[in-house]
Design a protein around this ligand. Structure first.
Ligand code: GDP
Ligand code: IMO
Ligand code: MG
Length: 433
C-alpha cells in the first residue's frame, strides 16, 4: 500500500484530525511531518472529545504506529502532558512501543516560547514555533538526536544560554534562561524520550516497502504555508504536499492519494486578511453552529464564505486527488449560500491569490449565490451519514440544494469530493465513492 497525504486546504482547522482518525482504520502508520503544537486536531468518538496537538490523530487506532517526523518542532513538555492524559484515559504509554520521535525533529525550549510571547504582529499561537524554526534555519537549533550528545556538555550549555539571553535582551524580553535550567531540561528530555527517538524516515520507508499503508497528517493549511500562503501572516513551516514526504523522511514516489480538506465555508485564526470574512448574521451563524473557537488557543475563529480563489491556490500547489468537504451541516438554515469565485482588486477582476498582504487586504470578493438547505439537529445528520454509507446511496441522501452546492464547489476547484462531513462525530461522514 502507498502513502496517503492529508492536508488542510484553507487557513487550518478544516477537520484534519477527524479525517485522519477515520482513515487510520486502514493504516498501520500515521506520521506528522511539519509544525508542532500550534496544531489542534479534534477527534470525536461519541461522548468523548479528544484534542491532539502533537500526537498523530491515528493514535485512536490501536494497530497504528505513530511518528513525529523530521520536519516537526516539538515541545517535549506539551508532548509529555498529552502522553500522560492519554495514559490516564487508556492505560497505554506508547513511547518506543508504537510512538517514535524523529532524531531530526527540533526541540522547542522555554527560550523559544519566551521569544514567541513577544509577537504582536502575526497573532501566533505563542507556542514557540517560529523561533524554533528560525534556530533550525540559522543552524543552531537542538534536535532530539542531539540530546544524548549535549547531555552534560558544559561548554555547549554555556554557549547556548549566552546566545539565548543575548537574543532575549535584544528583543526586549525580561525573561532569561540559566545554565542550570537548560542542563536540567536536557537531562529531563533524555530521560523521557531516549526510548522513542529514532530514524523515523527509515521506519516509514521500510513499512512502505513491506506494503503497509502510511498516512501523512498535515497540520495548519496551505494558506498558512511559509512559501505559498498569505505571507507574512503564516506559520513558519511548509504545510503543503511538497513537504509531506520530505518532512517525513521518505520520497514523493510513495504517495498515491492527496486529500485536501476544506470546510464548506472558511475560517481563520490570527491576523491577516480574509476577503470573504463576514460578521453579519451568516457569519454569526457559522461561528455559533460551527462552534468556531480555536482548539489550541481558544481564540474565536473568524468566519467567511467558501473562497474558490483560495482553493485554486491550494489545488495548484498540492494537486489534490480528492477533496474532503467538512462542516456542510453548519450551513443548514442559511437561506442563501454565497461562494466567492474571484476578487476585485483595484477595479480589476482577478482569479488568483495576490502575493502581498496589502493587495489581499484590498481584495473584494465576487460572489455567486446558491439556494440554502434546512438546519437539522446533529443526530439527524449523523443518522443520514450512517444510512448513506450503509445503503451505498452516498451523497444522494443529502437535500437537493446541498447536493447542488457540493457539485458547484467540486466544479470550481476541479476536484471530486471523496467524503462530506455532516457533524463532528467520526461516523458523521458520507463517503462519496
Ligand atoms: P483540524 O485542526 O483541521 O484537525 O480541525 P480542528 O479540530 O481544529 O477543528 C475542526 C472542528 O470542527 C472540530 O471541533 C471538529 O470536531 C469539528 N468538525 C470536523 N468535521 C466536522 C463536520 O463535518 N461538521 C461539524 N459540525 N463539525 C466538524
Ligand atoms: P491546525 O493544525 C489554525 C495560525 C496562528 C497564526 C499563524 C502563525 O489545528 O489546523 P504560529 O503559532 O504557527 O507561528 O502562528 O498561524 N495557526 C493556525 N491556525 N489552525 C492551526 O493548526 C494553526 N497553526 C497556526 O493562529 O495566525
Ligand atoms: Mg485545529
Amino acid at each position: 500500500m502507498p502513502a496517503t497525504v492529508i492536508l488542510g486546504a484553507q487557513w487550518g482547522d478544516e477537520g484534519k484530525g477527524k479525517l485522519v482518525d477515520r482513515l487510520a482504520e486502514q493504516a498501520t502508520w500515521v506520521a506528522r511531518f511539519q509544525g508542532g503544537n500550534n496544531a489542534g486536531h479534534t477527534v470525536v468518538l461519541g461522548d468523548q472529545v479528544l484534542k491532539f496537538h502533537l500526537l498523530p490523530s491515528g493514535i485512536t487506532r490501536k494497530e497504528c504506529h505513530l511518528v513525529l517526523g523530521d520536519g516537526m518542532v516539538i515541545d517535549p513538555w506539551v508532548l509529555d502532558k498529552e502522553l500522560s492524559d492519554w495514559k490516564e484515559s487508556t492505560g497505554e504509554d506508547p513511547r518506543g512501543d508504537r510512538l517514535y520521535v524523529s532524531e531530526r525533529a527540533h526541540i522547542i525550549l522555554p527560550y523559544h516560547r519566551y521569544m514567541d510571547g513577544l509577537d504582536t504582529k502575526i497573532g501566533t499561537t505563542g507556542r514557540g514555533i517560529g523561533p524554533t524554526y528560525a534556530d533550525k534555519v540559522n543552524r543552531v537549533g537542538l534536535r532530539f538526536g542531539d540530546v544524548a550528545e549535549v547531555l552534560g556538555d558544559e561548554a555547549w550549555t554555556k554557549a547556548s544560554v549566552d546566545r539565548m539571553n543575548a537574543s532575549l535582551e535584544a528583543a526586549g524580553s525580561s525573561e532569561r534562561v540559566s545554565t542550570d535550567g537548560l542542563a536540567s531540561d536536557i537531562a529531563w528530555i533524555h530521560e523521557n524520550y531516549a526510548m522513542c527517538i529514532g530514524n523515523t524516515g527509515l521506519m516509514l520507508d521500510n513499512a512502505l516497502k513491506l506494503g503497509e499503508h502510511v498516512i501523512l497528517e498535515g497540520a495548519q493549511g496551505t494558506l498558512l504555508d511559509i512559501d505559498q500562503g498569505t505571507f507574512p501572516f503564516v506559520t513558519s513551516s511548509i504545510t503543503s504536499r511538497g513537504n509531506a514526504t520530505h518532512g517525513a523522511g521518505i520520497h514523493p514516489g510513495h504517495v498515491q492519494d492527496v486529500i485536501g480538506i476544506t470546510k464548506a465555508y472558511i475560517t481563520r485564526v490570527g491576523h491577516g486578511a480574509m476577503p470573504t470574512e463576514v460578521e453579519d448574521e451568516a457569519g454569526v451563524h457559522m461561528g455559533t453552529v460551527g462552534k468556531e473557537f480555536g482548539t489550541t488557543t481558544g481564540r474565536k475563529r473568524r468566519c467567511g464564505w467558501f473562497d474558490a480563489v483560495v482553493m485554486r491556490q491550494a489545488q495548484r500547489i498540492n494537486g489534490f486527488t480528492g477533496l474532503a468537504l467538512t462542516k456542510l451541516d453548519v450551513l443548514g438554515g442559511l437561506e442563501e449560500l454565497k461562494i466567492c469565485v474571484a476578487y476585485e482588486l483595484d477595479g480589476k477582476e482577478i482569479t488568483e491569490l495576490p502575493s502581498t498582504a496589502s493587495a489581499l487586504a484590498r481584495c473584494k470578493p465576487v460572489y455567486i449565490s446558491m439556494p440554502g438547505f434546512p438546519e437539522l439537529p446533529l443526530s439527524e445528520w449523523l443518522a443520514m451519514a450512517v444510512h448513506a454509507n450503509e445503503s451505498g446511496k452516498g451523497i444522494s441522501v443529502l437535500p437537493a440544494a446541498a447536493q447542488q452546492y457540493v457539485a458547484k464547489l467540486e466544479a470550481l476547484v476541479g476536484v471530486p469530493c471523496t467524503s462530506i462531513g455532516v457533524g463532528p462525530d467520526r461516523d458523521a461522514t458520507i463517503d462519496c465513492v
